[in-house]
Design a protein around this ligand. Structure first.
Ligand code: SAM
Ligand code: SF4
Length: 330
């Protein structure tokens, strides 16, 4: 069959593509202070290659793409890539995950393209703490981008990585933002994708702890219907315009309905966030594979997609999870 179905009958329709491994911030949960060893430019997929991969995958049923990184907006002419992807009629939705520092001037261009939604990563509403977490003094620019995005036609989601010892005291402040604004704030469980591995923490802020914590301040919130393959469980406080969600990224209770594959900035194909890259797509592309050959490689690879993130992690050949999320594409 000319479509991407995994051994558990899950249809793959969503590609997460990292457009670069470079970033203008240094979030402490994502990479070490000195940054990561970025690869030489020629090791990155070109935009032409990204366009082709996406076209071929869209012919196999992928209809949604998330552009991420690294920071997508640091790659030269990123908007040019979004423009060309917008011409692909098989894609229904292009979404972008960004730290926001370079977004403000591009919002109106994005509104004209196939971009539906922006995930803005912001882990603190306090400039000093933001600086401590990201190791860069960029809060003002990110906040400006937030305010501009609110005015735009783009759907806005905030990504907040819940970091024990850093920002758990702000969880309720983030929920409060949803009172007046039609945004979705999503709390993400911290994972060990930081260039070093699991961080020692006093408290383990998993899905249940985050939800119970919010329950301590709000006794009335209801589940919000989310799509079958949504990465978050979502809720709305009674009377609030927006919603909040929790992404069980580390406890991995959402794998059953996974519809996603990932491609890193250097062209590693990943069936799961927790695998260590199941084939080098760049090598296949650059050795002159035809579209049909590429399709066959994708179909064969997806036919081996593991059941869940635990199985993917157990199958790793390069040791435990510790690579930076900026190289994988979050
Ligand atoms: N630079 C962009 C940004 O920060 O939005 C896009 C890339 S970033 C790797 C994508 C998402 O992954 C961000 O929301 C970030 O907070 C999240 N992330 C990065 N490292 C993480 C980790 N160790 N655990 C959980 N989420 C992480
Ligand atoms: Fe950069 Fe995003 Fe990683 Fe922060 S989370 S260092 S912004 S790639």
């Amino acid at each position: 069959m000319n479509t991407l179905i995994d051994p558990f009958g899950r249809q793959i329709s969503y590609l997460r593509l990292a457009v670069t491994d470079r970033c203008n911030l240094r979030c402490q949960y994502c990479m070490p202070e000195k940054g990561i060893d970025i690869v030489p430019r020629q090791e990155l997929l070109t935009f032409k290659e990204m366009y082709r991969i996406t076209r071929v995958l869209s012919e196999l049923g992928v209809n949604k793409i998330r552009l991420t990184g690294g920071e997508p907006f640091v790659r030269k002419d990123f908007i040019g890539l979004v423009k060309s992807l917008s011409h692909n009629d098989r894609l229904d939705q292009i979404n972008i995950t960004t730290n926001g520092a370079l977004v403000k001037d591009h919002i109106s261009a994005l509104e004209q393209l196939k971009v539906k939604s922006i995930n803005l990563s912001i882990d603190s509403l306090q400039p000093e703490k933001f600086l401590r977490i990201t190791r860069r003094d960029q809060f003002a620019r990110v906040w400006e981008a937030y305010l501009e995005l609110l005015k735009s036609s783009l759907q806005l989601k905030l990504n907040v990585v819940v970091q024990s010892g850093f920002n758990t005291d702000e969880i309720v402040d983030f929920v409060k933002l949803t009172e007046k604004e039609d945004i979705s704030v999503r709390f993400i469980e911290e994972m060990p994708f930081n260039g070093k591995g699991l961080r020692e923490v006093k408290e383990n802020w998993d899905f249940n702890k985050i939800l119970n914590h919010i329950g301590g301040s709000y006794d009335q919130f209801d589940p919000v219907e989310s799509g079958k393959s949504s990465t978050s469980r979502n809720y709305r406080v009674k009377g609030y315009k927006g919603s909040f969600g929790i992404i069980p990224a580390f406890t991995r209770t959402i794998c059953n309905d996974c519809n996603r594959i990932r491609i890193t900035a250097t062209g590693l194909f990943k069936n799961c966030l927790f695998d260590d890259g199941v084939f080098d797509l760049k090598e296949v592309l650059r050795s002159g594979a035809s579209d049909d050959e590429l399709k066959q490689v994708f179909i064969d690879t997806v036919s081996k997609k593991p059941r869940n993130g635990f199985e993917a992690e157990a199958n790793r050949t390069i040791g435990g999870v510790s690579e930076s999320m900026s190289t994988i594409g979050g």
